[in-house]
Design a protein around this ligand. Sequence first.
Ligand code: 3AM
Length: 179
Amino acid sequence: MRLFVGIDLPWELRHRIVALATTGIQGARWVPPENYHLTLRFIGEVPPHCAEEIDMVLAVLRGRRFALTLSGVGTFSKGGRSNTLYVGVERNPRLEHVQNKIETALQRVGLDPERRRFQPHVTLARLDNAPEFKLGAFVQAHNLFRAEAFVVEHFTLFSSQLGKEQSVYTAEVEYDLAA
Ligand code: 3AM
């Protein structure tokens, strides 16, 4: 099973986000709204017994509900090439706290520590050689995007099946956050 931990987004918010995905940027593969999510921790391929242990530690994790606001857009790049277009997240210590607890819990069951800094985002499109000037114009045009805050009531263990065009994500287990 290929797994990751993330935050599911309410449908009203998905509608707000998909409205951004309209302009023609060559080389952009737009993520369909059913796949929008905020990744808290990518896990990767694990055997079933390991998935069970992961579920057990996540189920006992204590966290509190918190409000989250999506805001701004940007790109990630690798080797000088933009590879991801995303919607950003307003700075949020409560989100970081929950993410940190998940990271600690997963290390406890033997997963290697995540070395990359947590940069909360919702991926809008994956980019293959998209023209940088188009991306720059997109970011400029949408940088003031700011969605209504929503309350994160649970986090989710997703499985991911890699597809040719898009992956299929399935919410396997939801873990409630306390009110
Ligand atoms: O939340 P986003 O869409 O940015 O790119 C994958 C996706 O990120 C990422 O995990 C999320 C859910 O699939 N991902 C895929 N392979 C990865 C890897 N080897 C990875 N993240 C880190 N390392």
